[in-house]
Design a protein around this ligand. Sequence first.
Ligand SMILES: Nc1ncnc2c1ncn2[C@@H]1O[C@H](COP(=O)(O)OP(=O)(O)OP(=O)(O)O)[C@@H](O)[C@H]1O
Ligand SMILES: CC(=O)N[C@H]1[C@@H]2OC[C@@H](O2)[C@@H](O)[C@@H]1O[C@H](C)C(=O)O
Length: 368
Amino acid sequence: MIRALGMMSGTSLDGVDAAMIETDGVRIGGFGDSAFRAFGDNESAVLHAGLGLWPDAPEVAELAQLVQAAHSDLARQFPDAQLIGFHGQTLAHDPRGRGTHQAGDGAALARMTDRPVVWDFRSEDVRQGGEGAPLVPFFHWACANWAVGQGRLPAAPVAFLNLGGVGNISWVDPTAPAPETAGACVAFDTGPANAPLNDLMRRRRRQSRDEGGALAASGTADQDIVAAFLDDPWFRRPAPKSLDRDQFAGLTRAVAPLSDSDAAATMVSALAGSVAAGMAWLPAMPAQVLICGGGRHNAAIMDALAAALPVPVRPVEAIGLNGDMLEAQAFGWLAVRVLRGLPISGPMTTGVPAPVCGGRISHPRSRD
Ligand SMILES: Nc1ncnc2c1ncn2[C@@H]1O[C@H](COP(=O)(O)OP(=O)(O)OP(=O)(O)O)[C@@H](O)[C@H]1O
Ligand SMILES: CC(=O)N[C@H]1[C@@H]2OC[C@@H](O2)[C@@H](O)[C@@H]1O[C@H](C)C(=O)O
């Protein structure tokens, strides 16, 4: 087993999560400490300004340094880490066009932290024809497998719904022998989650989020806008599929005439509707949907999901997991898989023709 530190800064642009995990890249031996480092106002403004940029843009070098500095700062809190899994900051994602761009240089981070760093997890999958996302589903399989072993989950298919900036769902069969086995995982992005809501709060209220979902809960959703949003052909496209952060800018434009509370309520209703629509692409109805990511702290989102989905909706804490740190843990677990040459994605998670072991490995003293 390896003690790996996973680090993730997601599309909601709120900061960096870091979490320790002990694993051989298949089984979870145990979970360790975790920490969060928020992006300061200046950092956040720089990152927002960088959205949509590709590596050839001149601004990217400075932005990557900001990302590396925030991560090495946080990594200092984890002296036990034998290996770091570094996701980097997604600035642009266009798997069928220009590719996928996570800012941050893992080779520099390896030198800064004096640890081997696994990074650039998505490019190889895209190069081989996959969506490059989502990558957490194989880890969801490991989590379900762990929870079954702990007696916290029946040995039957279950779904994990991650609500970060963008939403993604994984249907997993914990009894499958490995996540890359046919029938073990089906996963895809469901639609926008917190990103448009955060942007609305920043623009209209100078706040970073709708705390607890209070604003959305006080408004009324405009069902015509929700219906028009759900009519987008993207929702009729079968899985696997992945989204760029701001791919549904039309929703933001559509809610512009509404009051703050009705606009927030409409976005929440659109989120729940997109997940409900996504359930059609799962191989079978799961017994329950386990929610991870920051969206589960938004009561308006949780209520809307409970009303929209035909099965019980529970936070992942119900099976003993930490829903705020699951993605960070995932990139620690995926880093160990890359080190061992195991696949991190497959046809039913990213649509890549055959399972792929992506990622690059940088060592502290090499100059790669
Ligand atoms: N107490 C809360 N009340 C309301 N919303 C919250 C709360 N806590 C977190 N959130 C929402 O969750 C978001 C963070 O979620 P998370 O950390 O899962 O996203 P991420 O990792 O950035 O994104 P992704 O999964 O897309 O990569 C916040 O930006 C906010 O919108
Ligand atoms: C390109 C990119 O960074 N995508 C993120 C984003 O945030 C959620 C969703 O969209 C998912 O596809 C992915 O992140 C998680 C960690 C994943 O790869 O599973």
